[in-house]
Design a protein around this ligand. Sequence first.
Ligand SMILES: NC(=O)C1=CN([C@@H]2O[C@H](COP(=O)(O)OP(=O)(O)OC[C@H]3O[C@@H](n4cnc5c(N)ncnc54)[C@H](O)[C@@H]3O)[C@@H](O)[C@H]2O)C=CC1
Ligand SMILES: N[C@@H](CC=O)C(=O)O
Length: 432
Amino acid sequence: MREPVTLLTLVGEAMGRTPNVAGRFFGALGQIGVLVRASAQGAGERSISAVIDGEDTATAVRTVHAAFNLAAQEVNLLVLGKGTVGRELLYQLAAQQQALAGDQDVLIKLAGLADSRRAVFDPAGIPLARWDARLQESHVPPDIPALLDRLRRLPVPILVDCTAEDTTAVYEAALARGIHVVSANKRPLAATWPVRQGLMDMARARHRRWEYETTVGASLPVIDTLKGLVRTGDTILRIEGSFSGTLGYLAGELSRGVPLSHAVRDARARGYTEPHPRDDLSGLDVARKALILARELGMQLDLDAVAIEPFAPSEALGHDDLERFFLALAEHDDAVAARIERMRQAGRVLRYLAQIDPSAPAGAPAVRVGPVEVEPDHPAARLRGTEAFVAFTTDRHRAYPLLVQGAGAGGAVTAAGVLTDILKIAMSLRGR
Ligand SMILES: NC(=O)C1=CN([C@@H]2O[C@H](COP(=O)(O)OP(=O)(O)OC[C@H]3O[C@@H](n4cnc5c(N)ncnc54)[C@H](O)[C@@H]3O)[C@@H](O)[C@H]2O)C=CC1
Ligand SMILES: N[C@@H](CC=O)C(=O)O
């Protein structure tokens, strides 16, 4: 037995007549990885005791209080990335923290924050008005395993991935430690099927949540809707739509006569594009989204099975350096403008569409993404700005596809979707 130990006792009237008191007590401790070394139930049915490691005392007490609604449910976040989405998430948290604690009994704390160069961690919670300064003051490099080790000791630990990196190893480390994951980042979901499936299995085996609603259509309820259709036994016949806020925005700007390179600069400045806009213009970002949806249907595909036609000429997309990239893109401004004008004269508009066809014949790609010249009566023709839409044609929604439509990119909507995913986890632990 490790020493020192703590005897944690839950005391209450009428315990013997209230169902599942012991389940909630031990379940709450198990959720945060606290080991119960010994346990006993009082003969008078008014107390339950557990012997736990002394170092777990504070966390265990807070967690048990929350499990019995004696205190707000504390949730502890480690946020990776403070770019467009991460930064906006922190602003929204700062604005909502008090209301969530008061109205929803959920106390969301920022335990840690990391960018690519440094990290800050404070188990008492980093004040949300000071996260920027605290990170600037830090000289600590982002040692992710060490940060996760500290996070897992706190009630309801959640890793929030607002980067655009390959973070599959980070998720593995988080889930192995019993940490929930919320992703805005599509890359781990678009990893090879065995890697993605391994993470899903790990989350399930450890009863941890992995939420990723914002990876397709920002805060639009695309993934929840699809999961609902699949779980209730509907058969998905086809999914199609315009999945990219950036490409929707660019198509609109081009049709107003804005040169391609200017419109892309503008979309990037507005926070719609991926960190490198090449990922949008090449079709890769839409391909990842389409793959994420296809996999929800159980289609065991990898990214290389997606047929991708780029939005902009591939030869313009080679440069890593952004200034050189924009210069190369500008060389194609006139040709792209001429194509848009030809479409306008023919009464059509340019859209970038994705199609998922689960029963595609052998040899034909089941998932394809690419530019399409659509007629004015096509649902995509009416999209404005960053609007995205996803149409689900199913056995039950055969005559009229089920449509999800709205802003598909941008810091504010995406961060709100990430916060919603965090709250889903917190609320489910409160039984709501
Ligand atoms: N901007 C949008 O409208 C939407 C973005 N997303 C996704 O959200 C993610 C973030 O997007 P943005 O905020 O727009 O990108 P961004 O480029 O503005 O921010 C990414 C941040 O991650 C940081 N970072 C890079 N490597 C890191 C590491 N190893 N550890 C910690 N931080 C690291 C970078 O320093 C940067 O600040 C991307 O995966 C994107 O696909 C999803 C839906 C919509
Ligand atoms: N770059 C993406 C951001 C959201 O996923 C887009 O424009 O759709």
